[in-house]
Design a protein around this ligand. Structure first.
Ligand SMILES: *[C@@H]1O[C@H](CO)[C@@H](O)[C@H](O)[C@H]1NC(C)=O
Ligand SMILES: *[C@@H]1O[C@H](CO)[C@@H](O)[C@H](O)[C@H]1NC(C)=O
Ligand SMILES: *[C@@H]1O[C@H](CO)[C@@H](O)[C@H](O)[C@H]1NC(C)=O
Ligand SMILES: *[C@@H]1O[C@H](CO)[C@@H](O)[C@H](O)[C@H]1NC(C)=O
Length: 481
């Protein structure tokens, strides 16, 4: 942090370190109109920045809180490579009340204040901050931060903020993308306490029709999906098929994530497909607005996601119905949001032992994935598998959205006993809980709520009783609606 003070002295050193040093006076970009400092309080995560010497770590975040004298307490925190959290406190104040979006921040007594200009913010999702200091009559150094309320900000919003910086006369060639992967979990629990988290997440699981159901039932959910999410600390609401779009929209605005389970529904034309499409499109739109809404697809659910993303059915027959396989991790897996905070031993076990259960006759081959532009640009492949002939995609996460898919079944190891190929090895069961914890943590970043306690109560899965399935079923227990 000393570097922060030195910065203003060691201009040349700064230049050598890649700081954004330019000739001439500071630009004076327009700032956020009618800036409301109270609405701006809380935690912001760094998404991109112009290089700043005084920031060395990852998971950078700033938490602002109003003090009684009208100034703002600033708490900047980051995670260092040695696993320790580094934080620094400062105070920000508005210089001239006619321009509330122009603040000065000071971190040390006696150190020069640095400007903090809020160029634009919607308070809910993004903020664009600019800081420039002018030196010795000929040079200026500038800093810019793109901040967000969540650790992921939609690319289109980021690109609009780039445009704003450019039209303000700021050189954005040196903008760096900040590393915000895997910050909440084992990597830095301390971050948890300061970030706003929904500790009472509720996740919707989509039901589906099946010809094996009693004639007047409308759908089923295998209990293992419910237990899976409950084991991560979430409550579940069933999403029934064939309901009005308005009802789905209302439910979407009440819950914190959606899981599309495996099964045998038709993914181009069915109640399952229609409801998936409605929730998927609402999720995309919400995430673009900065309303973080995670979606998970397992097996058929993953296949459904690929149809929704690409508009095509790109499935290939594979010999994979009832086999456990080790994951063939891609080089992106270790740094992925999903796996970044998994223990190394678990990653090793997943890569070397047949722990992940596959129950599908169709797959998205790696070739189909890579030759379809929509899929390739949307999903990062985290693992593949092969049936001995065809290499298929087995785990994905979307680049810009909290959307995840597994062709295999993470929920089965702890909760399903009917198929001999399901591994109940300790590391396989542990994986069930790590996957559940990951997805439920994603849902904890969403703040939708039911309009009343009564409405929440009547939506929850506790209103239904699972039944023990007959011996020929693949599931131990099912909810039948
Ligand atoms: C505050 O800003 C207004 C308009 O921008 C200016 O007229 C006024 O002199 C400023 N006040 C101070 C104390 O700098
Ligand atoms: C199925 O429909 C019949 C006839 O409408 C009804 O008597 C029965 O209670 C229904 N069963 C269930 C489980 O809803
Ligand atoms: C899904 O439904 C469509 C339209 O009814 C049909 O053409 C298609 O064959 C079905 N797919 C499967 C796998 O049954
Ligand atoms: C399918 O895979 C199983 C092993 O999982 C193997 O025993 C079987 O011979 C394969 N069938 C075909 C048609 O390749």
């Amino acid at each position: 942090m000393k570097a922060f003070q030195m910065l203003f002295v060691l201009l040349l050193a700064a230049a050598a370190e890649g700081q954004s040093l330019h000739f001439g006076k500071c630009p004076r970009p327009p700032v956020q109109q009618d800036f409301n400092v109270a609405k701006y309080m809380g935690t912001w995560y760094e998404i991109e920045k112009l290089p700043a010497l005084f920031e060395k770590g990852t998971c950078n975040q700033a938490t602002y809180s109003l003090l009684s004298d009208g100034t703002v307490k600033v708490l900047n925190a980051e995670l260092l490579s040695n696993g320790k959290m580094n934080s620094i406190e400062g105070v920000a104040k508005v210089k001239n009340s006619t321009q509330p979006a122009i603040l000065d921040v000071s971190f040390f007594k006696g150190a020069p204040d640095s400007p903090y200009w809020v160029l634009s913010t919607d308070y809910q999702s993004y903020s664009l901050v600019y800081s420039c200091t002018y030196h010795y009559g000929s040079l200026h150094i500038d800093f810019a931060w793109i901040l967000a309320r969540t650790r992921l900000l939609n690319k289109e919003v980021v690109s609009q903020l780039h445009d704003e910086l450019v039209s303000a006369g700021v050189n954005i060639n040196n903008l760096l993308v900040s590393d915000q992967a895997g910050c909440e979990q084992s990597k830095g629990l301390l971050f948890h306490s300061s970030a706003k988290i929904n500790e009472r997440p509720i996740i919707g699981i989509l039901a589906q029709n099946s010809r094996y159901l009693p004639p007047n039932s409308t759908g089923y959910i295998a209990s293992s999906y419910v237990k899976f999410l409950e084991s991560g600390g979430a409550r579940v609401v069933p999403i029934m098929v064939n309901r009005e779009a308005e009802e789905y929209k209302r439910l979407f605005n009440s819950i914190n994530g959606v899981l599309l389970p495996g099964g045998s529904a038709n993914i181009t034309s069915s109640g399952y497909q229609r409801a998936s499409k409605i929730f998927y499109e609402l999720a995309i739109e919400a995430n673009k607005r900065g309303d973080y809404f995670p979606v998970w697809g397992t097996c058929l659910g993953y296949e459904q996601l690929t149809v929704l993303t690409s508009g095509e059915t790109l499935l290939t027959r594979t010999n994979t119905s009832g086999v456990s396989l080790p994951l063939l991790f891609t080089k992106e897996a270790k740094q992925s949001r999903m796996f970044k905070s998994f223990p190394a031993e678990l990653m090793e076990a997943l890569a070397s032992e047949p722990l992940t259960e596959n129950s599908h006759e169709w797959s998205v081959s790696l070739l189909s994935h890579n030759t379809n532009k929509d899929l390739k640009n949307f999903y990062k492949v985290l693992s593949t598998n092969t049936d001995g002939e065809i290499e298929f995609v087995s785990t994905v996460e979307a680049y810009d959205y909290p959307i995840y898919g597994t062709q295999w079944h993470p929920e089965k190891n702890a909760f399903e006993w009917r198929r001999p190929c399901i591994s109940h090895a300790p590391s396989a069961v542990m994986n069930t809980f790590y996957m559940a914890q990951f997805f439920v943590n994603e849902a904890r970043k969403n703040f939708h709520t039911f309009e009343s306690e009564e409405e929440e109560r009547s939506a929850l899965i506790y209103n239904y009783n699972p039944v023990h399935s007959p011996p020929n079923s693949g599931f131990e227990q099912k909810y039948i609606f």
